[in-house]
Design a protein around this ligand. Structure first.
Ligand SMILES: *Cc1c(COP(=O)(O)O)cnc(C)c1O
Length: 376
């Protein structure tokens, strides 16, 4: 089978290998069979190992859905009666977390920081000191809307000093940027199969401390489908999800996990890093500017400023590239016009070089000046 290879420079779903795509083609199976449960058991252990967790202390709980489901699960399941969540918000994904709190009517404090700044740790500490009812601190590791990396280890330590649990949305770093769940002071992290793992959409997972999940059994149950303890308990007792799992997606995730171990944590991170550097090099050559201070970038997403050029038209450039197999992605910051180029997926430097040839042609076709023009 010959499958057209597209280069996805959007922040997930990412470009997959053909072996991962084809792993979905399996004989039909009822997921209530022991054979399928044992596949999920192996995958759950591997998911904990990716972040160097001890499977006796941490568990991976799988869900059928996209990554936002894990945010929903953590926030709605891990807040005890009388507890309050502290959402550290410097971007669109943390805004989504605050929105989830509002939907559920969860007591929470949303501490906002500018989208191009790291959170002020003194302000975080002050808030924790003044609000002893904060029982959960939440942040996004790589704020995918901008590509800014938040200092999870320091924030996790602060959370623990003030007896709160720490939830980090690692959806856009997991299985790319190395994470050590215990050393990074994470109680719960999360991801989705189609990002760092380079698998297929539809399977997401929360990884976190068993003792906290077990304690959460007595917390208010705010969602029927998205309750962490319920799904965990079902896995522990039966090896199955409470409801129908994404069967074929799970086979693909298992193949992707095999390929993850084959490539290796360090080699994979080195590859993403060189792809990221190649994106920066290509942009620099064309005079494009990016938005976030380089030393704060997580190394996976580049937010590019639109040039001040009347001929610039994101849609046209996008369509030109898309028709040639390259997908670029709009930005997610309120004010300035931006687009994103991401280093996720089964791609390498030659793919980025090929992309920039096409991107350059797109600029020429649209009549955009090179080097790109900016006022100031
Ligand atoms: C992709 C992503 C999610 C999940 O988004 P979905 O559209 O639900 O897959 C959550 N958080 C972060 C930081 C992400 O990058």
């Amino acid at each position: 089978m010959d499958i057209k290879r597209n280069i996805l420079l959007n922040p997930g779903p990412a470009t997959t290998t053909d072996t991962v795509k084809l792993a979905q083609v399996v004989p039909d199976i009822c997921p209530r069979e022991k054979e399928f449960a044992s596949l999920m058991a192996g995958l759950r252990e591997d998911l904990v190992r990716v972040v160097h967790g001890d499977p006796a202390k941490y568990a991976a709980v799988l869900f059928c859905g996209s990554g936002t489901l894990c945010m929903d699960v953590c926030l709605s399941s891990l807040l005890p009666e009388g507890g309050k969540a502290l959402i550290l918000n410097n971007g669109s994904y943390s805004s989504r977390a605050a929105e989830i709190c509002r939907y559920y009517g969860l007591p929470h404090i949303e501490l906002k920081f500018p989208f191009d700044q790291r959170p002020d740790l003194d302000a975080v500490e002050r808030t924790l000191r003044e609000n002893p009812d904060i029982s959960l601190v939440y942040i996004t590791h790589n704020e995918t809307g901008t590509g800014l990396l938040n200092p999870i280890r320091e924030i996790g330590a602060l959370a623990h000093t003030y007896h709160a649990i720490f939830v980090a949305d690692t959806t856009s770093t997991y299985a790319m940027r190395p994470i050590d769940i215990e050393a990074d002071n994470i109680d719960f992290c999360m991801a989705s199969a189609q990002k760092g793992l380079m698998a297929i959409t539809g399977l997401s997972f929360v990884i976190g401390r068993r003792d906290i999940i077990e304690a959460s059994k007595d917390y208010p149950r705010r969602s029927y489908y998205c309750n962490l303890w319920r799904q965990y308990d079902c896995f522990e007792r039966t090896g199955e999800m409470a409801f129908t799992p994404p069967v074929q997606t799970t086979y693909a995730a298992i193949q992707a996990m095999k390929e993850y171990w084959q490539e290796g944590e360090q080699a994979k991170w080195a590859r993403h890093t060189r792809v990221f550097e190649a994106i920066h090099a290509g942009l620099k050559k064309l005079g494009f500017r990016d938005m976030i201070r380089r030393e704060w970038q997580a190394g996976l997403v580049v937010t590019v400023l639109y040039p001040d050029d009347p001929s610039w038209n994101f849609e046209k450039v996008h369509d030109y590239c898309y028709e040639r197999g390259f997908t670029i992605y709009p930005g997610k910051v309120g004010t300035a016009g931006t687009f994103r180029l991401c280093a996720l997926g089964a791609i390498d430097v030659p793919d980025i070089e090929a992309f920039f040839q096409v991107f350059r042609q797109a600029l020429d076709v649209c009549g955009v000046a090179v080097p790109a023009r900016y006022q100031d």
